[in-house]
Ligand binder design. Structure first.
Ligand code: CP
Length: 311
């Protein structure tokens, strides 16, 4: 049986291209499953998964829970805001207590970069990183890259511009690694203040002018301005950001070609994207969300390393 090269999914950086190809092929099968009248397979019926979220989430949390239930896993959900973390319990004590209840896999979102790596060193269960601070968000990058493959037929050779708040974005870092491994050309575009200092070392193109980035690319993956991570002012106002970096229909109509628009969500409508772009036929934002369930089913199934997809 085909397996991933690691028992955890902590980031894209350490995945191989063969790992990503295997996840995509497995997700293709699960996409068929979730489009059937009976959307469930018993593949993980003996597995218990804990979703432990120390940061807010809508898409990732629901998508993982749905993926787990479609695979017939037993699921427990933990939210730090209503837990004994508020009484001072440490991350390791919290997780060890959850594992004492015979949990096999942990899906974790945490505000600190490296938190899932720390857990992976101390516990036996499979760990899936559902976003760690500004570091990585591997399943988001997998579903984004899978969605490009679905829309354009391949990722190899495609030009993808990642636009916006690169500095604070775990989605940007994971997307850069995934796209490069799959053979895409990658550009980042944003105001100088929102680009990491060492971005040149990643083998990317860097562009400050959003029109030039859009003229260059086949796909624009537009990121949210992460105000909650910005302790200082990186641009004068949201209005000015929208003026220089916001993508609206007028700007897209003025290009010499049509491009595919992506956004990981949640969208700040009227800031990164106007509503007529976010809701247009060229935007695949809800396809990304739909594909997220199949891709997460594939990741969980492969990490569990058991059974046959159809039984
Ligand atoms: N894309 C994403 O991670 O969204 P959530 O924060 O809602 O999970």
């Amino acid at each position: 049986m085909s397996k991933l090269s690691d028992k955890h999914l902590l980031g894209i950086k350490n995945l191989t291209r063969a790992d990503i190809d295997l996840i995509f092929q497995t997700a293709d099968n699960f996409k068929d499953v979730i489009n059937r009248p009976i959307k469930k397979v018993p593949s993980l019926r003996d597995i218990t998964i804990a979703n432990i979220f120390f940061e807010n989430s809508t898409r990732t949390r629901l998508s993982f829970e749905l993926a787990e239930k479609r695979l017939s896993a037993d699921v427990v959900n933990f939210s730090s805001s209503s837990s004994s973390v508020k009484k001072g319990e440490t991350l390791l004590d919290t997780v060890n207590n959850i594992l004492a209840m015979k949990v096999d896999m942990v899906v974790m979102r945490h505000g600190s970069p490296g938190a899932p790596h720390f857990l992976a060193k101390h516990i036996d269960a499979n760990i899936v990183n559902a976003g760690d601070g500004t570091h990585e968000h591997p399943t988001q990058a997998l579903l984004d890259t899978y969605s490009i493959r679905e829309r354009l037929g391949t990722v190899e050779g495609k030009k993808v511009a990642i636009i916006g708040d690169i500095l604070h974005s775990r989605v940007a870092m994971s997307n850069i690694f995934a796209l490069q491994k799959m053979g895409a050309e990658v550009m980042v575009c944003g105001p100088n203040t929102l680009l990491p200092k060492h971005i040149d070392e990643l083998g990317l193109q860097v562009e400050l002018d959003v029109r030039k980035a859009l003229e260059w690319c086949d796909v624009a993956n537009v990121l949210r301005i992460q105000l909650e991570r910005q302790q200082i002012k990186y641009f004068p106002s949201l209005r000015e950001y929208a003026l220089y970096y916001g993508i609206n229909k007028q700007l897209l109509d003025s290009l010499s070609k049509q491009i595919t628009i992506m956004h990981p969500g949640p969208i700040n409508r009227g800031v990164e994207l106007s509503s007529d772009v976010a809701d247009s036929e060229h935007a695949i934002i809800l396809d990304q969300v739909e594909n997220g369930v199949a891709v997460r089913m594939a990741v969980l199934y492969l990490l569990a390393g058991i059974g046959d997809i159809t039984n």
